[in-house]
Design a protein around this ligand. Structure first.
Ligand code: CO8
Length: 376
């Protein structure tokens, strides 16, 4: 069978019901720090324990660009006695939380394309953590949507969405599927160390979906995928040791290393040049230059990071139209970040305009997807 042309027909977004401002977050953190410092006042006075230091709204906004984040549960996160979301366990016959927000994002994408589940042959659920080992959350989403065919889960942390897009593109290009839904239910609040001042502000919850489809079946004015390119290179600078062997290792379930942790400065320094080089190389392989790209929908981890990557590519500062940010509203939503940026900032694209979706983060992993707007 001849290779098919492949497009992104539509995207979908699920926004959680609650949000937390930096003021609220810092208020809860500082109350927690005061409680801890009171509890260990004697040890602190004796010099055998360091007091916890207050967090600050000014630091968070200056260091990251984040102003608020959406979460699936706010009360648990803001309770200084708890400092983690409070979720009600669900029975096996109820839709799981990850599947619920995944289904909502997929339905949004299907509606936007004027398509339904019968037009789709597979679902790839790609996120930085899975709610359980099996059955796959993707299969649950597939079944709830009424999609025939297949589904599976995959995890490449921050690059889960772009890596899944390459798999979806390859399936559609080779003719094994007409359309694939790539879905990213990112409940980052479940694995964020809300008690750690260095990172408590970084993440937020969200769900995104991308409908990847054969061009001849897609609605007019879709985004043709000119190419995908993936890169990974091992680093311990972003790490989470939670896993199925923890129990056999007799690990303390509250141990700090079983949640997200990072060396933020090192990540910043190492990943920026890698991402810029990756994008430039991918564009060159497609006989394009950065100057010919109308928009870079970059991973949303840090405002200064994206400014630096865009400057390396363009040789000048990028405008917010060229490298849009959604981080202020959503915080870092891991793999969903660049997809939200694309979802929110693509309506003004004209036929033949070219853009790049690019993720970067834990692994390290980098994934780029070069798209071109087709004629309506
Ligand atoms: N309030 C006040 N002060 C603070 C706070 C705070 N909350 N936190 C730290 N400080 C202080 C520090 O103690 C330090 O003080 P001193 O200079 O006296 O030592 C000072 O502020 C500076 O601290 P940092 O060097 O840590 O600050 P940076 O300017 O480097 O900013 C950032 C920290 C924002 C984390 C920044 O380094 C960054 O964004 N780096 C890039 C990180 C990145 O891209 N990471 C990828 C994220 S991983 C991912 O996207 C997906 C992973 C999988 C999902 C996991 C979900 C949970």
């Amino acid at each position: 069978m001849a290779m098919q042309r492949v497009v992104i027909s539509s995207t979908g977004l699920f926004i959680p019901p609650e949000s937390i401002s930096n003021e609220e977050l810092v208020g809860a953190f500082n109350a927690y720090a005061d409680l801890e410092n009171n509890r260990y006042a004697n040890d602190i006075a004796a010099g055998v324990r360091q007091p916890l230091t207050h967090s600050s709204v000014e630091f968070i906004e200056k260091a990251s660009g984040i102003k608020q984040r959406y979460v699936m549960n706010k009360s648990g996160v803001l309770d200084p006695q708890r400092m983690r979301p409070a979720f009600k366990p669900r029975a096996d016959n109820e839709l799981s939380m990850m599947a619920e927000i995944g289904v909502a994002a997929c339905q949004d994408a299907l509606t936007a394309a004027g398509k339904s589940a019968v037009d789709v042959d597979g679902v790839i659920c790609a996120a930085s953590n899975m709610q359980r080992a099996y059955p796959a959350v993707g299969v649950e989403i597939q079944t709830a949507l009424g999609v025939r065919g297949y589904a599976f889960d995959m995890n490449v942390a921050c690059s889960s969405a772009t890596f899944a897009l390459e798999l979806a593109v390859n399936a559609v290009r080779s003719g094994t599927a007409r359309a694939i839904l790539v879905v990213n239910p990112e409940i980052t609040s479940g694995h964020l160390a809300w008690k750690d001042r260095d990172c408590h502000f970084i993440f937020g919850d969200v769900g995104t979906a991308v409908l990847v489809e054969r061009q001849d079946l897609a609605p007019p004015g879709a985004f043709e995928i000119l190419g995908t390119r993936l890169l990974s290179s091992f680093s311990n600078n972003i790490r989470n040791n939670a896993g199925f062997l923890n129990r056999a290792e007799d690990r303390d379930p509250d141990a700090r290393d079983l949640l997200f942790r990072q060396e933020g400065r090192k990540v910043f320094k190492e990943v920026c040049p890698m991402a810029a080089e990756h994008i430039a190389g991918h564009l060159a392989a497609l006989k394009l230059t950065p100057a010919e790209v109308r928009r870079f929908w970059l991973h949303q981890a840090n405002l200064a990071m994206n400014q630096l990557i865009a400057r390396k590519l363009l040789g000048r500062d990028a405008t917010l139209l060229e490298a849009p940010m959604i981080l202020d509203e959503f915080a870092n939503t891991s793999s969903a970040g660049s997809i939200i940026a694309f979802h929110r900032h693509k309506a003004d694209f004209k036929p033949d305009d070219v853009g790049v979706i690019c993720s970067f983060g834990a692994g390290y992993s980098i994934g780029s997807v070069v798209v071109k707007k087709l004629h309506a």
